[in-house]
Design a protein around this ligand. Sequence first.
Ligand code: PRP
Ligand code: URA
Length: 209
Amino acid sequence: MSITVSQHPIVRTALTHLRDKKTTPEVFRRELHRLSQVLAVDATQHLVIDGYSVQTPLAKAPGFELSGQQALIPIMRAGSGMLAAFLGFLPNAYVWHMTMSRNEETLEPEFHGSKVPAKIAPNIDTCFILDPMLATGGSACLAIDYVKKAGAERIVFVGVLGAPEGAARLQNAHPDVPIIIGAMDERLNEHGYIMPGLGDAGDRLFPTT
Ligand code: PRP
Ligand code: URA
């Protein structure tokens, strides 16, 4: 399936702020939001719309509405930084938080919980998985496995920064899931961090000290 790496000037400039180690959490949050808005445009462009007629003050005009319901699945913690941008475009979407954290020794994700319904209703036409970082791909694959088991039909993964290793793992495991991403970096380092990357996205958004 497809991988779309954004070339948009807003994405490229916002990502530069995210990468800069001097960027404060306040600016990091703002730039992640700004970048995510552009990704939201890319990620939603294939949503299906139904036509209907609308009455203007002067005459009838053709109108459109989204034909199905969408679900946003932010992966905690860092995915929460993308959520407001997507809700700006899809204010009626369900939000199903999913919590996991990567074991820093094995580099595999550990699942902590989810608000994804046990059986996803058939009126949900697209589930958007939101996570800024696609490193080894383990977290994205776990999230998609989970959502598929719950019955999701169409899933889109949206990230800010990826590594080739993670993109390949995700494409092999889930070739039906399109990937929309802000940039693709060179490689992972020996600790599983994206290089040159932006560091730990969760810590930069939500520093604890
Ligand atoms: C980060 C990131 C992804 C994951 C990516 O989260 O937000 O969820 O790592 O790595 P992977 O592709 O190798 O699985 P982390 O587990 O560090 O949790 P955090 O968001 O709470 O910092
Ligand atoms: N998670 C992050 O937050 N950053 C990385 O580079 C890899 C995983």
